[in-house]
Design a binder for this molecule. Structure first.
Ligand SMILES: NC(=O)c1ccc[n+]([C@@H]2O[C@H](COP(=O)([O-])OP(=O)(O)OC[C@H]3O[C@@H](n4cnc5c(N)ncnc54)[C@H](OP(=O)(O)O)[C@@H]3O)[C@@H](O)[C@H]2O)c1
Length: 245
């Protein structure tokens, strides 16, 4: 069934994806930062019959990232899912610049490095599938999370451009745009979370649509309608609504 690389596999959507893909004949390479949680996910995947290798490192450590990419065999599917959320505290004028730097590294720089590295290997082989996990936040200039929405908008454009470049080399690229998924990341959000979906359900939808070669996956599907609305509602209105948060 192939070789699958998943970043951010120690929690949330990444852990659910690892569980969903785990089966006899599957080689999983799981990346995460928290060693104990990553091992626990790996054990569950082994119990389902998969062969599992793990690597614990911080994605802001670019040397460690390049080393892990060099060590990995060319995957059939590479899922760059790791992400750092969080909004700017209400009492702050702007986001702490170091925190913003870490967020931009994890959400944009690391997946761009990872996807280019595997795209090169997959393209030379003539087959492969890259999955980039963005966010519906890419469609909205969120005043409470400028770095988060900006980094996810960057990933969205990167995924679309990489797809346009790589299809002629036999490599598919899928952009996953989650709305609210019930993981530790969204559990810190205190505002209402419409259409909240379990990570297991999200992983099942992502796996099914990736297998079909979809360019875009929006989970839950209702956020696709919200995304379509964002394209027709005038920008001044979007800004006025968002400024209320
Ligand atoms: N949950 C939602 O509602 C939602 C909505 C839109 C988009 N997303 C996106 O979905 C993806 C998965 O998020 P999630 O909800 O599953 O969140 P999560 O449960 O917090 O998991 C995030 C994963 O990213 C890893 N990660 C974070 N910072 C890292 C770093 N510096 N180095 C290495 N790994 C790091 C975490 O590793 P450790 O736990 O080991 O530190 C964890 O495995 C993210 O890209 C997120 O932006 C989620």
């Amino acid at each position: 069934m192939g070789n699958i690389l998943i970043s951010g596999a120690s929690s949330g959507i990444g852990a659910a994806l690892a569980h969903a893909y785990a089966a006899p004949g599957v080689d999983l390479t799981l990346w995460g930062r928290d060693r104990a949680r990553l091992q626990s996910v790996a054990e569950t995947c082994r119990a389902r019959g998969a062969h599992v290798a793990t690597s614990s490192f911080d994605l802001t450590d670019l040397e460690a990232l390049h080393a892990a990419l060099d060590a990995a065999v060319c995957p059939d599917i590479a899922i760059f899912n790791a992400g750092l959320g969080g909004s700017v505290p209400h009492d702050a004028v702007a986001q702490d610049s170091r925190a913003a730097g870490r967020m931009a590294m994890v959400n944009f720089v690391a997946p761009v490095i990872g996807a280019n590295a595997v795209a090169d290997k997959m393209g030379r082989r003539g087959a492969g599938h890259i999955v980039l996990v963005g966010s519906i936040a890419a469609l909205f200039p969120l005043p409470m999370a400028p770095t988060y929405s900006g980094s996810k908008a960057g990933i969205k454009m990167f995924a679309e451009a990489l797809d346009a470049r790589m299809r002629r080399h036999g490599v598919f690229v899928t952009l996953v745009s989650p709305g609210f998924i019930d993981t530790p990341m969204s559990q810190s959000v205190t505002e209402p979370k419409p259409f909240l979906m379990t990570p297991e359900k999200a992983a099942a939808v992502i796996k099914r649509k990736v297998a079909r070669g979809a360019r875009q996956v929006v989970v839950p599907w209702q956020y696709a309608a919200i995304g379509a609305l964002s394209r027709v509602v005038p920008k001044f209105l979007v800004r006025a609504i968002l400024s209320k948060f």
